[in-house]
Design a protein around this ligand. Structure first.
Ligand SMILES: [Zn+2]
Ligand SMILES: [Zn+2]
Length: 177
């Protein structure tokens, strides 16, 4: 057996094969304690012994696990951010909907303005109609007055006719006598 670090020749009591990678290290190169060295040759060991590289790697596992935990935390924070961002997005789309409503309201306001214009035109026409109606009304009244006059004249003429007829009858009676 030979140490992979310092090439020291030895046996199972002085050199150790790493439990993980199997590389051979002496006490010095493996950074083993004296009590660990005593375990080298034991067939039923309770302690697991690693070479420095494997110890570092195992330590790295802890570091990696720590990093993993941090990453998980970061992921959670990002998820929260995403949720709040989604909220903002939803709010924005709601705003866009509000913009649509604004456009709709503007178009309605234009329609109302047009209706008001129409209403004014109608009112104007109504006033014109009323003026015409009054004119027609007074014309009608004039006609009625003329009819009354004519009736009056007719009555007078009829009366005259009757008187004339009476006179005529009287004359006829006288002539018969
Ligand atoms: Zn060595
Ligand atoms: Zn190793």
């Amino acid at each position: 057996m030979k140490c992979s670090g310092c090439s020291l020749e030895g046996d199972k009591y002085t050199l150790f094969n790493c439990d993980s990678c199997g590389i051979t290290k002496c006490k010095e190169c493996g950074n083993f304690t004296a009590s660990e060295e005593k375990c080298f040759a034991l067939l039923k060991r309770k302690v697991i012994l690693y070479c420095p590289q494997c110890r570092e790697d195992t330590g790295n596992i802890d570091t990696l696990m720590q990093k993993n935990r941090k990453l998980k935390q970061e992921i959670n924070i990002l998820k929260e951010n995403k949720t709040s961002h989604q909220k903002i997005c939803d709010e924005n789309s709601a705003m866009i909907k509000t913009e649509d409503m604004k456009t709709y309201i503007i178009s309605l306001e234009e329609k109302i303005k047009n209706l008001q214009k129409d209403s004014k035109t109608n009112e104007q026409q109504n006033i014109e109609y009323n003026v015409k109606l009054k004119q027609k009304d007074s014309e009608n009244n004039n006609l009625l007055a003329k009819i009354d006059q004519l009736k009056d004249t007719l009555e007078k003429t009829q009366l005259k006719y009757r008187n004339t007829q009476d006179e005529c009858d009287k004359l006829k009676e006288k002539m018969t006598i």
